[in-house]
Write a protein that binds this ligand. Structure first.
Ligand code: S3P
Length: 443
């Protein structure tokens, strides 16, 4: 699909977004590990969560959907069955890494595979530590397909040091640690999202994270005790996804005379790095109302069109906005001056090499964007010309490039825009409901 975004129209009104992707993946998977019936409201139904739902059926777990309300009949850690066929994880690395941990915990054997894009994502980061715990797992040149076999119980509880902060790897290891012979500790160099700790904690597991001061940098530690009793079913209404909200936030800042509100967005501090970065750029943002939903802070975000200033993002802040760099790059292009992103090598291992692809596509829109080994520099002019760009099979790049068109002088044409269905099928209708002019045609 090819979408043409015509800039210059204000965005006005309110939107409410589907449930957070990370929370949806966890809720679906953990509900299947609990004993009994879980009810999850506002679950994200999109390309990336469908494989997780399909996998439950393959492991013998019943679930049903009534609009966005999901019921899962969890069978506990001893009730999963070996799948009859390869489990397809689509494009979703979260599905693959969480399921590897869940399979280790439930001791089922099977093969996890995915799209050509997912087969390129690094899996050694879960395979090695799982093996150290006694899990029989094999990768294919460090990537998917992954084969898991029945392994000796209990698994070995142990300490792990992760080279890169990653909530997916942490979650995978936490799940395996639930059946360890002693507690497990996971050390990370940055504050990866803590949804697993909060959710499993609410289901009765003892999982805790804290930060300690190391010699050169802070160390983030997660402590997991083997389960003493079955996980309790989950009852949770999921807040909207801040990583999806990010596109509307930046859209509202750059489209002229805009004033919008995004309701019911997750505001977990391990996810709000973009709001901080935009605050430093003097964006007119306000958090209108905060509350807690199932142990997760959430609230409404108000956004007014703003003249953005350049900024620098590095270190721990990178981890707290790891999915937001495509749209942050667009915000940087609308700021006058040089914005710098460093310590973000991990962006090269996402749905696309987000450093290379973001810079390449921004340049096609007339933006000076310079790739560095661990990030990029954008020399913004306070505006974007327009042009034709490619999504490269990356949902967040597609949405960011469409957002770029909301304030551009000429239209922005995005090819391969159907990939937005991976994480936010409602993206285009919601943007149109705020007044955006977007014309899409099959290509
Ligand atoms: C996610 C963690 C992040 C993020 C991804 C979702 C999660 O990945 O980029 O979109 O749900 O745990 P990493 O764990 O690779 O940093």
């Amino acid at each position: 699909m090819r979408c043409i975004v015509k800039g210059g129209k204000p965005l006005r009104g309110k939107v409410r977004l589907p449930g957070d992707k990370s929370l949806s993946h966890r809720a679906i998977c953990f509900a299947a590990l609990a004993e009994g019936s879980s009810e999850i409201e506002n679950v994200l139904l999109a390309g990336v969560t469908q494989p997780m739902l399909d996998a439950l059926s393959a492991f013998g777990i019943a679930w049903s959907l009534n609009e966005q309300r999901l019921t899962v009949e969890g069978k506990g850690l001893d009730g999963w069955q070996d799948p009859q066929a390869v489990i397809g994880c689509g494009n979703s690395a979260t599905t693959m890494r969480l399921l590897a941990g869940a399979m280790a915990a439930t001791n089922v054997g099977g093969v996890l595979d995915g799209s050509a894009g997912l087969r390129r994502r690094p899996m050694e980061r879960i395979v090695q530590p799982l093996r150290n715990m006694g899990v029989e797992i094999e990768a294919t040149n460090g990537c998917a397909p992954l084969t898991l076999r029945h392994s000796k119980r209990p698994l070995r509880g142990m300490d792990h040091q992760l080279a890169v902060a990653s909530a997916q790897v942490k979650t995978c290891l936490i799940l395996a640690a639930l059946v360890g012979d002693r507690p497990t500790r996971i050390f990370e160099p940055g504050p990866s999202r803590d949804h697993t700790e909060r959710m499993l904690g609410s289901m009765g597991a003892k999982v805790e994270s804290n930060k300690t001061d190391g010699k050169e940098m802070a160390i983030y530690q997660t402590y997991v005790e083997p389960l003493a009793k079955p996980l309790k079913p989950l009852k949770m209404n999921l807040p909207g996804d801040i990583s999806s909200a990010a596109f509307f936030v930046v859209g509202g800042l750059i489209a002229p005379e805009s004033e919008i509100e995004i309701e019911n967005v997750g505001l977990n501090p391990t996810r709000t790095g973009l709001l901080d970065a935009l605050g430093e750029m003097q964006a007119a943002l306000s958090i209108l109302q905060t509350m807690e939903q199932g142990g997760e802070p959430c609230g409404c975000i108000g956004i007014r069109h703003s003249t953005l200033k350049p900024t620098k993002v590095m270190g721990e802040q990178v981890v707290r906005m790891i999915d937001e760099f495509p749209v942050f790059g667009v915000a940087a292009a609308y700021a006058a001056g040089e914005t710098l992103v460093a310590d973000a090598q991990e962006l090269r291992y996402k749905e696309s090499d987000r450093i290379a692809m973001l810079c390449q596509e921004l340049r096609k829109l007339g933006v000076e964007a310079i790739e560095t080994a661990d990030g990029f520099r954008v020399i913004g002019k306070g505006k974007i010309e327009g042009g034709e760009v490619e999504a490269h099979g990356d949902h967040r790049l597609a949405m960011a490039l469409m957002v770029a068109g909301l304030g551009s002088r000429e239209a922005v044409v995005v090819n391969g825009a159907e990939v937005v269905n991976e994480s936010l099928p409602q993206f285009i209708p919601l943007l149109r409901s705020l007044g955006a002019q977007i014309l899409c045609e099959d290509s």
